[in-house]
Ligand binder design. Structure first.
Ligand code: ADP
Ligand code: MG
Length: 698
């Protein structure tokens, strides 16, 4: 809750319990589908429509259709006590009869609602039972005066079990009634060009679809709402970034002597992509403004050496640099990679993690503070207050999505005008990168170091399991090592495990002793034993695994991977898995086994895997096929989630929002003009309160 939130928005940020019909029992369900505040209900858009305009005579009402009928109530037949038969109410018009059916119907209630001899409007699905018309639990039973409220096209909202459509609909109508008129925050000319309504009207239109075509994300009303959301996202990022930019950077220019020494110690030349990325980074460093650059590169694309060269340039300029990793293990790995190279250049590198303790830590801190250590590798332990640098000028964050924007800024705060390079192994589609990082500069390592062999990926039906096992045996006879990845069963690790254990037993029976098993529930020692056996020369040649092998497993001479039920995996996950093979200079084979029949989308996804190894292409395809929310496990990754925008369809709007945000910042960075003031409201509406706080008060 923000003290600064404008008062006009208060009704929208009240709890949903302030709406009629939402009591303590229903509030949990409403929170589950939409959110806890009234505003969240506004963002809960219909997923379909129900057309109740069809209004035949009873005798003409066809079974299976939704119909709205005007009937006279003829008779009530309550069931005998304690029987399981439903309560029936016979109704009809001059053309025929229909009975309304209520399981566990309450007699008093039904007699009050449906008095014999009166006319009622009823609406629901017509059913046939024993050749007679009936309607179970009509959706509407109203007096004739309300016929227009019943005979309409009704929005259908995504629900959750236990939440009745009528209740949610009523709450949403009440939420819409609370929507205040707000000053327009969009550029009027742009609105006109797009043919968009004012915000409040767009909201009402989006909640009042009159046909299936109104459910599309591309309707003007929905596009407008999506654009509002995207603009708030881009503006918030731009403001946060502005704050870091205001603190000036410094020009870091090295003479290249350390880099030359490291280059001489390397057994390879940099790839074109690495050189290009470095040129971009050096240009940023030379520049007086603060660097904030994202380095994207698939696993194995060679980001580490890029980071090192950049850090060395800072060291050459007389400053310190740091490389921060998300876990201790990764920090340690980076440290061990960098140590020999730094030694060759006569640069002192040290590692600082949560494990650093006592006198050793104290001594290390002193050396860092005195500038005797030039490069510090670490975890978030680097954030600790007592960690002081003599002159930190360059920070690399090997992010893998685990650090947020604020942590990034915090680390940068350890130095004055520290340049920041963020590295990510996840091939984020451009559009998604834009929503997470805003207009951050991006360098891409889109070329792998030489020596990587292509992987032959094939799609194989699970019906051909026996043949596949035979094929694997032939490969084993020729000395191959094989990963066998078992199906991912959603929501149940136990079933996962059972499947892996069963496959393990099966393969072991067929193939003899050369099989090992690894899964997440094993003790570390058991895991190590399985890995040692598989990576050694005399141990297991087949490793049956659940997806635990996705992270950090490196067995260069493994060349074959079988993935069972590949259709159940995300594309990003398949890509990461497949990246485990074809590393040791030998070409690899990846068999994606699927259970037929495949849906169109599943087929398209597996086809993508078959046709490319380019993580970026795969990520873009994933976005196109599934929509942004599900790509790359973004839900866990700190990527923003949108309620109204769908990046798979609103990509162009995102680009427009970015340009718009840039323009706003250029003209009215403190959001003081009338439009700027309105934009502040927009930011609050989308809960970007932090971004508003970066503005100077007043
Ligand atoms: P990333 O961190 O991007 O996943 P790494 O930096 O760990 O990748 O590099 C993967 C492997 O490729 C390392 O063993 C590294 O030594 C090697 N490598 C990096 N650049 C090159 C290159 N230009 N030529 C050959 N091998 C390279
Ligand atoms: Mg790496």
């Amino acid at each position: 809750m923000s003290a600064l939130r404008p008062q006009v928005l208060f009704p929208l940020f009240a709890k949903v319990t302030t709406l009629p019909g939402i009591g303590p029992r229903l509030v949990k369900l409403v929170e589950r589908v939409a959110g806890e505040n009234v505003v969240n209900l506004l963002w809960h858009l219909p997923s379909g429509v129900l057309d109740r305009r069809f209004s035949p005579k009873v005798g003409d009402a066809p079974a299976g259709k939704i119909a709205t009928l005007v009937v006279e109530v003829l008779a009530h037949s309550p069931p005998p006590p304690r029987s399981k038969i439903p309560y029936r109410v016979l109704c009809g018009d001059e053309t025929g009869n229909i009975s309304l059916v209520f399981f566990r119907g309450n007699q008093d209630y039904l007699e009050a609602q449906l008095p014999v001899g009166e006319k009622r409007v009823i609406s629901g699905k017509i059913e046939l039972f024993d050749g007679r018309r009936q309607m179970s639990h009509p959706d509407h039973m109203a007096p004739l005066s309300k016929i227009d409220e019943v005979k309409r096209v009704e929005p259908v909202y995504p629900l959750t079990e236990g939440l009745a459509p009528k209740i949610l609909d009523k709450a949403i109508r009440a939420a819409l009634a609370k929507v205040p008129e707000l000053p327009e925050w969009q550029d009027e000319a742009y609105l006109k060009r797009q043919g968009w309504q004012p915000w409040r009207e767009a909201l009402r239109t989006a909640h009042a679809p009159t046909g299936d075509e109104d459910i599309s994300a591309l309707t003007p009303a929905r596009a407008r709402l999506a654009y509002d959301e995207l603009l708030s996202n881009q503006l918030a990022l731009a403001l946060t970034r502005l704050k870091t930019r205001v603190r000036r950077g410094r020009s870091l220019v090295g003479d290249g002597h350390l880099r030359a020494k490291v280059q001489a110690a390397l057994r390879y030349a940099l790839t074109g992509a690495q050189s290009r990325a470095l040129a971009e980074i050096f240009a940023d460093m030379t520049n007086e403004t603060r660097m904030l650059r994202l380095l994207q590169g698939d696993v194995g694309s060679g980001k580490t050496i890029v980071a090192l060269m950049a850090m060395l340039a800072a060291v050459e300029a007389g400053a310190q640099a740091t490389l921060m990793a998300p876990t201790e293990i990764l920090a340690q790995q980076h440290f061990e990679t960098l140590r020999p190279l730094c030694a060759a250049a006569g640069v002192r590198v040290e590692v600082l993690t949560g494990r650093s303790k006592g006198a050793a830590r104290t001594a290390l801190m002193e050396d860092i503070a005195a500038g005797r250590v030039q490069i510090v590798v670490g975890t978030h332990a680097l954030f600790q207050k007592d960690v002081e640098f003599a002159d930190l000028a360059f920070a690399v964050i090997d992010e893998q999505h685990r650090f947020g924007v604020h942590q990034r800024l915090e680390l940068a705060g350890k130095g004055s005008g520290t340049d920041v390079l963020v590295m990510t192994a996840t091939p984020i589609p451009r559009t998604l990168a834009l929503t997470a990082y805003g207009d951050m500069d991006v360098s891409r390592l889109d070329e792998k170091p030489p020596g990587r062999m292509p992987i032959d990926t094939r799609l194989v039906s699970l019906e051909r399991l026996a043949e596949t096992v035979e094929g694997i045996q032939r490969a084993l006879a020729k000395g191959a090592k094989v990963y066998w990845v078992c199906p991912l069963v959603e929501e149940s690790e136990l079933i996962d495990l059972a499947a892996a254990e069963e496959r393990y037993a099966h393969l072991k029976a067929v193939m003899g002793q050369d099989v090992a098993l690894i899964h997440g529930k094993m003790k570390p020692a058991e895991k190590d034993a399985a890995m040692d056996s598989f990576s050694g020369n005399d141990g297991a040649k087949v490793l049956v695994a659940t997806t635990v092998i996705e992270v950090g497993v490196d067995v260069p001479d493994a060349t074959v991977m079988v993935i069972e039920h590949a259709e159940r995996f995300g594309l990003a996950q398949l890509h990461q898995l497949r990246g485990r093979i074809g590393r040791g200079g030998k070409s690899g084979t990846c068999l994606l086994m699927y259970a037929p029949p495949l849906t169109q989308t599943a087929k398209a996804r597996l086809e993508t895997m078959r046709s490319t190894e380019d993580g970026f292409v795969i990520a873009e395809e994933d976005l196109r096929l599934r929509g942004s929310g599900e790509v790359l496990g973004t839900r866990q990754s700190g990527m923003p989630e949108f309620r109204l925008a769908d990046l798979a369809v609103h990509g162009e709007l995102l680009a427009a929002a970015r340009d718009d945000a840039k323009l706003v910042i250029a003209r009215d960075a403190n959001l003081e003009t009338p439009r700027g003031q309105a934009l502040r409201t927009l930011l609050y509406l989308f809960e970007q309160d932090d971004a508003v706080r970066t503005l100077r008060s007043g």
